[in-house]
Design a protein around this ligand. Structure first.
Ligand SMILES: [Zn+2]
Length: 256
């Protein structure tokens, strides 16, 4: 798919700017804080960042990765998330082209990115992302692919499958295995991507989760519990399904 240079430049700038906002989301949503107020401050000395301290990547580089006032190091994760978001924006532009579908898929990718980071750090998939995400996905799917019916089935299948797995696991072991957050998250994936790609997401996330789990268990020779929460695999699987789900499905079905 071809992008004009101005479109590419716009995606780069937009990706960096949105990445800067996603940093705020990742940091504040788990704490239940407002996204708009107060402005960003240095966690060490409380210095209120001015606009020129907040230019994505550039400010970090100019300040040498340190707070302007107290010189305490700023986490590399801020520019890393900005650059990763920029990469996602460009990748989506290449895959979807300059089409209407690019918009909901970018929104979806941002949500998956935040859920990935928050689940990784806090083992939490906040309702404030997944529940509006389900609604937004259904609204977008009503006018764009995969279509409303496909999306509604995807929402029910996505949420339903994980809910059943969680129930079965709980009945069998007496332990809570699957959080309610995973159920709502996969329902959101179904709302945006439809039922076929929700199944691709499920397969990809289970495979990669099992693989990483086995590696960790082998390396540690420990018990069956490992640290990476399932939501992180769901997020990666959903991104892969959104970007490459069509070709993955074609490849799989070519065996039949
Ligand atoms: Zn400071």
């Amino acid at each position: 798919m071809n992008l004009e240079p101005p479109q590419l430049a716009l995606l780069v700038i937009l990706g960096l700017a949105v990445g800067s906002f996603l940093n705020v989301c990742v940091h504040r949503i788990p704490l239940g804080q407002s996204l708009s107020h107060p402005g960003s401050r240095c966690p060490s000395c409380g210095y209120a960042l001015r606009w020129f301290d907040n230019v994505p990547v550039v400010s970090y580089a100019l300040l040498g990765g340190k707070c302007r006032q107290c010189r305490v190091p700023i986490s590399i994760r801020y520019p890393a998330i900005e650059v990763a978001t920029m990469g996602l924006f460009v990748l989506h532009g290449v895959v979807f082209g300059w089409t209407p579908l690019l918009v909901p898929r970018l929104v979806f990718a941002c949500a998956m990115g935040v859920l990935f980071a928050v689940d990784l750090e806090h083992h939490l998939l906040p309702d404030v992302i997944t529940l509006p995400g389900i609604v937004l996905g259904l609204v977008a799917s009503a006018v764009l692919p995969p279509g409303l019916v496909d999306a509604l089935i995807g929402t029910v299948v996505g949420g339903g499958v994980l809910w059943l797995v969680g129930e079965a696991y709980y009945r069998y072991t007496g332990h809570e295995g699957m959080g309610g957050g995973d159920v709502k998250m996969l329902a959101m994936v179904g709302a945006f991507l439809g039922w076929k790609l929700v199944l691709v997401t499920l397969v990809l996330s289970s495979l990669s989760g099992s693989l990483i789990g086995l590696l960790v268990i082998t390396a540690k020779r420990g018990g069956m519990k490992y640290a990476l929460p399932y939501g992180t695999f769901l997020a990666l699987g959903a991104l892969a399904a959104s970007l490459a789900g069509g070709p993955i499905l074609d490849w799989y079905l070519s065996f039949y």
